[in-house]
Design a protein around this ligand. Structure first.
Ligand code: DLZ
Length: 158
C-alpha cells in the first residue's frame, strides 16, 4: 500500500491495452494547482503514450477537490466516456476540514463506481504536507497522474 515502496510511474508498458479508440474525461481541482497541474500533465502524456488521441481527452476543472464528485458524475452521465479520471490534492491543515473533504470525495467516487457503468479513477492525493504531494506529482515517488492514466485504460478495457 505504501507509495514509498512503489514508484507511481513504474508499470509494465505491455500490460496496458491500446487506447487509440478510447475516450477519456478528466476532472481536475484548481486547489493546489501546482500539484494538480503536474498530475494532469502526467495523465494526458501517459494516455497519449498508449494511443489515445488528444481530441478524445476532455479536461474540465472544478474549484476544489470536494467538487470532483459532482464533476465526475456529470461526465459519467453526459459524456459518453470509456473512463473518467479525477485529479486533486488535499493537504492536511490545522482543522478537521481535511478529513471531511477526503471522506466526501472518497465515498462520492466509490458510490459513482458502485452505481454507474463508467469507471471513475481515483487520483486524489491526500497528504500531510506539500512535500509529500510534490513527491507524488512528478517527484521522487513518480506521478499519480501516470498511474491514473494506466488504470483508466485498463478499466475502460474491462
Ligand atoms: C477549503 C479547502 C481546503 C481548506 N483545502 C483544500 C485542499 O487542500 N485541496 C482541495 O482540493 N480543496 C481544498 N479546499 C476546497 C474544497 O475542496 C472545496 O472546494 C470548498 O470547500 C468549496 O466546496
Amino acid at each position: 500500500m505504501a507509495t514509498a515502496l512503489h514508484n507511481l510511474s513504474d508499470y509494465d508498458f505491455d500490460s496496458v491495452p491500446d487506447a487509440s479508440n478510447m475516450c477519456f474525461g478528466i476532472v481536475v481541482a484548481e486547489w493546489n494547482s501546482e500539484i494538480t497541474g503536474t498530475l494532469l500533465e502526467g495523465a494526458v502524456k501517459t494516455l497519449e503514450k498508449h494511443g489515445a488521441l488528444s481530441e478524445n481527452i476532455h479536461v474540465k476543472t472544478v474549484p476544489g477537490s470536494f467538487e470532483l464528485v459532482y464533476g465526475a458524475k456529470q461526465m459519467v452521465l453526459n459524456g459518453g466516456y470509456d473512463a473518467v479520471i479525477i485529479l486533486g490534492s488535499v493537504i492536511r491543515g490545522e482543522t478537521p476540514h481535511f478529513d471531511y473533504i477526503c471522506q466526501g470525495v472518497t465515498y462520492g467516487i466509490a458510490r459513482i463506481n458502485a452505481t454507474q457503468d463508467t469507471p471513475v479513477i481515483y487520483g486524489l492525493l491526500t497528504t500531510n504536507n506539500l512535500q509529500q504531494a510534490k513527491d507524488r506529482a512528478g517527484g521522487k515517488l513518480g506521478n499519480k497522474g501516470d498511474e491514473c492514466a494506466v488504470d483508466a485504460i485498463k478499466m475502460a478495457k474491462f
